[in-house]
Ligand binder design. Structure first.
Ligand code: NAI
Length: 779
């Protein structure tokens, strides 16, 4: 008889292929030619292109390339269906989402096989990950629809959402987009990626079977040109997942259109292994991090950082493990690594690797099928942080690595990227893990695990990985807007005149930068008059250089983000008290500048805003999401960073305070351009700040022309978000300029904000970024 060891050593996997018969039969049933799914029906197939199985090269079906008129009909159908769908109520919508989830579950195997045929991913993955997670998203959001009226009473649907998704998780990305959108009462026009549209078309059939009202879900197929048509169409929102380059173009294309936008883009996520890690687990984790879906994963742990002491042993084990990976027929249940999605992507990967001359390369010593799109698991060790392959997203089964000595060096290396999607860290030391996790610039952090996803935990990135979250409560704000009608904002201009100074002394107000009053770089100033033409004072005109100085001061005041909510609350209360002590003086000034008697009310409301922000400073907490995995996802609220804001013209003090208070309460530093029409309340406010223990650089205030300061603020790489409530319409300019580093924007698009109402929650949300930290927890 054989010993266990002998069995283990002689045992080999036999192939265990899943049958493609049912999926191929389904394609044949559909005539193997597909039109679009518009207004609840499939259209007649038009001119199109072939969809191929990347593992074999065989044609699976012919898809139609949508024309402008197809896209228009889809948007029309979605528009016509939207009001009724939204009015039906959350409970009614929940039943449809639930029915869709049930039907997806019923046809789970068909979905999984079709996905594997179309995309090339191993059947184990489509069966155990993609398809169950897609169902889970519909179940979860059926619940969100159910709870919408009670839990989000102030929010309503955005309208029609254009959704463009990539080819790496075709059905799952569809679920991430469609489920929250329709749960909240939106209707959608979705475009799957041209390589992988088949499961989306099967999903369309499921919508029909579920009796989903016509027009709620519309699916059009085609390439990037169709994506562009959707971006340009009469939709209220664009949700995009794909490459950073295309995301940036969409940001530019939608600038100033008033369309809401969320972007989930690329990454170069670090995978950090400390010397006390459970090495075998960390190696298995890497298999999931970079060889899951052939590395074609936006949050792939593609940059390995190993602590020096264990680096040699770790890499040796890793190479040995790579040589045991099985690559081949994706329908074979014992396959680890399947096919690359398309020959084009295979070429991209091969060329990127071939162009690299740095480091040492190891390619898995395994049999790679000669036919089909396959690329061997690859490791490139010993790269420098600046090497192209350490910075560029490869989007293939290629891992790059380097080493570090200390935890702080690990953090520095990890954050040395223009992306900020995900990060993984391995250590047996809970103190170290929870010390490092908050320091990583990423929307998602996994501790002692990797590539975990669940509908209850938001997913999304920072920096050039895009903005917005999908999943969880935070994901819902991407598909809703505050209820209520909005009015057009009128351009506000100050008074002109040539009267005598109203006060005996004529002072020229400076800027407030880095806690000091500074002179304008350009040396220009502007006179501010009262309604009767009297001279109220002069203010400086900020230019590009002044903006840069203010941003530098704000960037330097990093320590503020690490202070406690309690301390920030104390300082905000103090600012409120100091303003209160001078209420009369501030009220007079506002009345003189505006020629109205709004001052007293504005000052009182400003004091309330400060106190409200102080109240929230230590209460706007994150959440702990229960996830159906042995762990908990801590949804931590972090400050966005440096926020630049063009303050409302019509409310000289309240407009500034309403922006500043919640932003600094959450730990941000701000650069504020005061009301252009009535700037003197802002310059008077310096004295209040100076006597309130606020560290220098946390709040920086400039005066001058909004149009001149907007562009340097919006294009500055050290600014993380730009908000504009200016009455000059700068929305298009700001959104376009923001595309450089893909900073967050909040612009008014010419719509008025009612400053007398308390919008603190909206400001708190915009002032924070949710980071989901997955930690082991429970059994
Ligand atoms: P892509 O960004 O071009 O494609 C994603 C989706 O956008 C597809 O549906 C495509 O048809 C559509 N699209 C393309 N051009 C568009 C445009 N101008 N306007 C609107 N929609 C447009 O990604 P691609 O070319 O397939 O892959 C290239 C690289 O992008 C990959 O190598 C990878 O680095 C990255 N990528 C990242 C993904 C992620 O999940 N973060 C997913 C797919 C690709």
């Amino acid at each position: 008889t054989l010993t266990v060891k002998e069995i283990f050593e002689t045992m080999d996997y036999g192939p265990a292929p899943e049958s493609a018969a049912d999926a191929l039969a389904w394609l044949v049933d559909q005539g193997a030619r597909f039109g679009h799914f518009i207004n609840g029906e499939f259209t007649a197939p038009g001119d199109g292109f072939d969809s191929k199985n990347p593992a074999t090269g065989e044609v699976l079906a012919t898809l139609s390339q949508a024309t402008q008129s197809d896209v228009d009909s889809a948007v029309d159908a979605a528009r016509k269906a939207q009001a009724k769908w939204s009015a039906a109520g959350g409970a009614a919508r929940a039943r449809y989402l639930y029915a869709i989830a049930r039907l997806m579950q019923k046809h789970a195997r068909l979905f999984a096989v079709l996905e594997t045929l179309d995309n090339g991913k191993p059947i184990r993955e489509s069966r155990d990950i993609d398809v169950p997670l897609a169902q889970r998203h519909f179940y979860y959001h059926a619940g969100m629809a159910q709870l919408m009226e009670s839990e989000l009473p102030d929010r309503e649907a955005l309208g029609v959402c254009g959704q463009i998704i990539p080819w790496n998780f075709p059905l799952l990305m569809l679920a991430w987009k469609v489920a929250p959108a329709i749960a909240m009462g939106n209707t959608v026009v979705l475009k799957p990626a041209e390589y992988t549209s088949l499961t989306a078309l099967l999903f369309a059939d499921i919508c029909r079977q579920a009796g989903l009202p016509k027009g709620v879900v519309n699916i059009v197929t085609g390439d990037g040109a169709v994506g562009e048509m959707i971006v340009g169409a009469d939709v209220d929102k664009i949700a995009f997942t794909g490459s950073t380059a295309v995301g940036r173009r969409i940001r530019e294309a939608t600038a100033g259109s008033g369309k809401a936008l969320t972007l989930e883009l690329g990454g170069k996520s670090p995978y950090i292994v400390f010397d006390d890690a459970d090495i075998d687990s960390a190696i298995e984790g890497l298999v999931d991090a970079i060889w899951f879906n052939q590395g074609q994963v936006c949050c792939a742990g593609s940059r390995l950082l190993v602590q020096e002491g264990i680096a040699e042993r770790f890499h040796a084990k890793l190479r040995a493990r790579m040589d045991k990976l099985r690559i081949g027929n994706p329908l074979d249940k014992s396959i680890d690594v399947g096919a690359i999605v398309d020959p084009v992507q295979l070429t991209t990967i091969s060329e990127m690797v071939a162009a690299n001359t740095a480091g040492r390369m190891h390619q898995a010593q395994v049999a790679v099928p000669e036919r089909g799109c396959f690329y061997p698991p690859t490791l490139i060790e010993g790269l420098a942080p600046s090497d192209a392959l350490m910075q560029e997203e490869i989007f293939g089964p290629v891992l790059v690595s380097t080493t570090f000595r200390t935890p702080s060096e690990a953090v520095e290396l990890a954050n040395n990227t223009r992306y900020g999607l995900a990060a993984t860290l391995w250590t047996e030391n809970v103190n170290l893990a929870l010390d490092i996790a908050p320091k990583l610039v990423a929307g998602v952090v996994w501790v002692n695990a990797t590539n975990l996803f669940d509908a209850a935990a938001g997913f999304g990135g920072t920096r050039e990985s895009g903005f917005g979250r999908e999943g969880g409560w935070e994901g819902l704000s991407a598909y809703t807007k505050p209820k209520g009608k909005t009015k057009a904002l009128e351009k506000v201009t100050g008074f002109s005149g040539d009267g005598a100074p109203v006060d005996a002394v004529d002072r020229t107000a400076k800027f407030y930068v880095g806690g000091k009053q500074t002179r304008p770089d350009g040396g220009y100033s502007k006179a501010i008059h009262s309604k009767s033409g009297g001279l109220l004072g002069h203010v400086g005109l900020g230019n590009r250089k002044d903006v840069r100085n203010a941003v530098e001061a704000a960037a330097g005041a990093k320590a503020w983000s690490k202070t406690t909510g309690h301390l920030r609350a104390q300082i905000l209360y103090y600012i409120g008290e100091n303003l209160s002590a001078r209420a009369g003086e501030f009220a007079d000034r506002i009345d003189r500048m505006t020629g109205k008697s709004q001052g007293a009310q504005e000052v009182e409301a400003s004091i309330q805003r400060l106190f409200t922000a102080a109240a929230w400073a230590d209460k706007y907490d994150g959440q702990a999401h229960g996830v159906p995995i042995r762990g908990v996802a801590l949804a931590m609220k972090e400050p966005v960073g440096v926020i630049g804001a063009l303050c409302a013209d019509e409310a000289p003090l309240l407009g500034l305070v309403s922006v500043m208070a919640p932003a600094i309460a959450m730990g941000n530093r701000v650069v504020l351009a005061a009301s252009e029409a009535y700037p003197l309340s802002a310059t008077d406010f310096y004295q209040v700040l100076e006597t309130s223990d606020l560290p220098g650089g946390v709040v920086n205030i400039l005066t001058g022309r909004h149009a001149e300061m907007a562009s340097p603020l919006a294009s500055h790489l050290n600014v993380d978000a730009v908000w504009s409530f200016s009455s000059s319409d700068l929305s298009a300019m700001i959104e376009e300029a923001s595309a450089g580093n893909l900073k967050r924007t909040w612009v008014n698009n010419g719509l008025a904000m009612d400053w007398s109402a308390d919008h603190s929650r909206r400001f708190l949300e915009a002032a924070t970024e949710v980071k989901n930290i997955w930690i082991p927890y429970g059994e």
